[in-house]
Design a protein around this ligand. Structure first.
Ligand SMILES: [Zn+2]
Length: 380
């Protein structure tokens, strides 16, 4: 099974206060039970009454998909979402009274079982997303809802996640698509390889000028906020989220493009990304502060991995050389303009091209080494 999730997020002011309060009460009671349950090694009996009893059943069922960790420390609460069964109405199907009802004919999602039904209007982009998943053979398998604060935000939001699943036959690989994930301002270099031949090559890069402008604006607003307070602090926070949104949009589009290419070429995706520890070291070093934002390649990596999984595209991570000569194995020197030159044999290439040349050299090894990781993926 492959999974993909649509996240719907609303400001809490958009939820009628009575419904919101009721939801929060249930969430708190449920989290208290769930914490006791997971800390007891799943021995605590199910709650006696609904809706908690039913929510507990769904949680048991959804444990494979919910990747939340039970807190070990005494007194900490497990921030687990409320889980519901789900039905999708595309075209007048009978309402089966499931916990969450996605009704495309009305363009809304209904969250039930908590006394009063909470109704959320779906945005056009969400409807489009759902229709695309259906066309690919996906079906909704469960829904999650919770009230909480997203990361990097001060605002509490009402959130619904719709989880879709589908069966896929893994594609038969004939090529390798190398993704060189280094600092994003240098671009994400991609190359599709067959044997020793490079079939296609390209670079994906975020809008650096726009990002630079936003960064300047952010630091201007930050100092104004420190000196004069409002409204600059609010503007500062807003500008920061604009920057994150911009980067996220780039990551989403880049991941889509990479996975689309891999499907088109029937290629195994090989991501060459620095290890988390070495990224941490670079961040702590005297790296240009305005460029540090480009070092967060983890999210893009995760996006590629998840999308690849959904489409049954095999995925692996390997370190490939970018400074060792692919012709003679000697350590190369970097020239201006990110050119690399081998002092021994005179070989020259752009730094971004070197990893893909190494991947071409290691082509059959990369393809065959994948079979073992394929088993690991199948377990998921
Ligand atoms: Zn050489």
């Amino acid at each position: 099974m492959r999974y993909r999730t649509l996240l719907i997020r609303r400001k809490i002011e958009e939820i009628p206060p009575d419904q919101l309060q009721r939801f929060i009460e249930v969430q708190e009671a449920f989290r208290r039970w769930a914490t006791e349950w997971c800390q007891s090694g799943f021995k605590t009996p199910l709650p006696q009454q609904n809706p908690l009893r039913q929510l507990a059943r769904y949680l048991k069922f959804g444990m494979a998909v919910v990747k939340h960790h039970c807190p070990k420390e005494e007194g900490k609460i497990w921030n687990v979402p409320l889980i519901f069964d789900v039905q999708l109405r595309v075209d007048g199907e009978r309402d089966m009274s499931r916990g969450v009802f996605i009704d495309l004919t009305r363009g809304e999602v209904r969250i039930r079982r908590l006394c009063e039904t909470i109704v959320l209007k779906l945005k056009k982009s969400s409807i489009k997303w759902i229709k695309e998943r259906i066309e690919e053979g996906g079906k909704p398998v469960l829904a999650m809802a919770w009230v909480g604060r997203p990361r990097r935000s001060n605002l509490v939001t009402f959130n619904v996640a719709l989880v879709f699943a589908r069966e896929v036959a893994p594609i038969e690989m004939r090529r390798v698509l190398v993704v060189d994930l280094n600092a994003l301002h240098n671009g994400v270099a991609i190359a599709t390889i067959e044997g020793e031949r490079i079939l296609q090559r390209g670079t994906l890069r975020p809008d650096l000028r726009l990002i630079e402008m936003l960064q300047k604006e952010i630091s201007r607003l930050e100092s104004l906020c420190a000196k004069r307070g409002e409204p600059y602090c609010t503007q500062f926070v807003a500008a920061q989220s604009r920057l994150y949104r911009l980067l996220r949009k780039f990551e989403d589009e880049a991941a889509k493009k990479i996975v689309r290419l891999a499907r088109q070429y029937k290629a195994l995706i090989v991501v060459d990304a620095p290890k988390d520890e070495s990224l941490r070291e670079i961040k702590q070093s005297r790296y240009d502060p305005s460029k540090k934002i480009y070092l967060n390649v983890g999210r893009l990596k995760k996006r590629i991995e998840r999308l690849a999984e959904w489409y049954g595209v095999p995925y692996s991570e390997t370190r490939l050389y970018s400074t060792i000569c692919p012709r003679c194995g000697f350590k190369m020197k970097e020239l201006p303009g990110r050119k690399m030159r081998c002092p021994k044999c005179g070989f020259e290439a752009h730094r971004d091209e070197v990893p893909s040349l190494w991947a071409a050299k290691r082509f059959s090894e990369l393809i065959s080494s994948f079979s073992s990781s394929a088993i690991a993926l199948a377990v998921f």
